[in-house]
Write a protein that binds this ligand. Sequence first.
Ligand code: FUB
Length: 727
Amino acid sequence: MKKIFYSCLLALFSISLSAQDMPVNPFIRIDSTSYILDPVKFTKGQPLYTADPSARVFNGRLYVYPSHDMEPAYGCDMMDRYHVFSTDNMVDWTDHGEIFNADSVPWGYTVRNGGRNAKFMWAPDCAEKDGKYYYYFPHPYGYADREGWDNWRIGIAISDYPDRDFKIQDTTLLGLPTMGYIDPHIFKDDDGQYYFYYGGSQRCFGGKLKDNMLEIDGSLQEMDIQVGGTYQNLKYFHEGAWVFKRNGIYYMTYPGNNASLPNYINGQDQLLYAVSDSPLGPWTFKGSYLSPEGCDTSHGSVVEFNGQWYAFYHNNWLSKGQGNLRSICVDKLFFDGDSILPVIQTGEDRKIETQKITGVIQAENFKNGGEGVGYHDSDDVNTGGSNYRLSTAVDIANSSEGLYVTDTRGGEWLAYDTEIKYSNVYRLEARVASNIDGGKFRVEIDGTTIATVEVPNTGGLNKWKSVFIHGIECQSSNNQTLKIAIDSGGFNLNYLMFTLDSLPPIGKTIVIQQGSYYVTLTTSDMLRCNRSNRTPAEDTEKFVVVDGGDDLVAFKSVENKFYIGANTGDMSCISFTPATNNKFVWCFMEDTYRTFSIKSANTNKVVWIDNNDKPNRPMQAKSDSFDSWETFTWYDKTTVSNHITDINTNDSKVSLYPNPAENIVTVTIENSGNADIQISDLQGKIVLQKQINQTETNINISGLSAGLYLVNVVSDEFNVVKKLVIN
Ligand code: FUB
């Protein structure tokens, strides 16, 4: 058990922890009694909640520049001051106090919001140049021209010290548009050039800073190309860009959210990243490195300090779940090549609960209770190297597939509380990696062995493979103990997964449908798996299910002879000529054997169809737990004559005129608020899209060649497809 001592000296006090190399998260825990020390700066009973940590190393010391959530929580508008914290050992943190607050911004504007004076001291950053410290902060601008939400500037405060005496400049950063872009960030490249980044509302800009650090050199450029309102490479970008360089590779981290991301939670950002060989891109999306932390916002920074990389972020733990009373945290960050391994947030094991069958049982989520209850391990340390569940002796490591149990030895065991929803026959998938033959473990339920898994040599301890066992009978129960009992060790175990045991329709020609939508191939040479609502379904929407070996299947287009494959990283479906990476694990769901999910055998991620993060759109699959995967239904082609169902039940809500049209088509939508309009050609390729927030809109179609098109209008309430003829 780690201890926290508070010591203090006038307005400056430090937080010390017992000897270890990491703090207890959140690492700033100033309680109300501490505020008695400085009644001018603090109000008794008002905890200091911190958010948006920008971590910097100056002169061998690590400084963190966060923002501050005021209590009582209202929203992100109630943020009024900046503090600076520092450490030289990641354990003892010094609060250097408030460096300035909203009332001291000479050009600042206090927005009246919801009856309150909203202060908007949002995420800052600090950079050093030639012995001076430049502190950048976003804030509404309120004199001279106009006032308001959309009139933000990036303020600059300068000091000779990293922790005090910052003087706010009268002039804000020059060379920026007067828009509501936020979250300034500075990156210094090895050649001494400083770069500035900021953004917000799904847009990100970057550019060079002049030597004076007060002005943009030239013009800013947008960091990616938007198509239909979303970035192509900085996928799901929201705000909070942070750039760093490692081994010659530039990384951009940023908060974002999309249902396709692992551990997706609706309404909560996670931290994502992209890489480039240049500080201003183009960027290549890599994925997520930090799961949601309970707040709607996420915001982080990455820094190397004394040879160790760290991820800073915020969570809602100190405020007991209030996402707008945030607190800053730090955990170690590790890399695998140019990939960032998922960060293990301290305290993640608080989430351990009863495991569901059907479902995924993550090996590292054995039940609490310690040695002899949740597990038996041969030694008393975690030899796996991860910092997950360090209070246990189970050997847990981290990989791009996530956490797993390693250094397994005969006689060791792991136990899980389980709930078996249905009495049924199940198939077990065990995700394993090994560099030797002969690994073996048994799966027991309440002491009875239900499966024995022989672990093959998969070609390496990081070469993951699924081993399948069929025909496992289980009786329903809401409280059974599942035990993994290791007979011969030496292998790594990622998870067990139970699904209903039925065979995929090998050799059948099928159509795959979810709701009114089909998996379809959109073009002949770059076959992307996408939702489609063609009327009627065409040959390209039918697939032959091919035996992929090892319990895997592949889908082959009847017409084009292409296979659907899972692209690494972004999980979209594209085509491959037959290859090893075009196979899928076929998981049967609970209701009928025709309802299934698929995940890539290559990336081990559930295949999803990009639905642009709109919750009511079909064909979305996600991978955070088996129960919440989106499911698809397959139909035998020969038994389904009309593949389109329900498609036009809301037909009257949308009208197009004229139709046939030339140059302009007017789309009218009944009672509409917001809707997306997509026009696709008959190959399914989206040729035009527009987001609207009015009942009637004109769309310029003069760039489209004559022919038949489909107009798909999607709002939260309906989804309508209409044919459009362009002359
Ligand atoms: O904390 C206020 C704002 O919320 C930040 O500027 C954003 O990054 C988000 O965390």
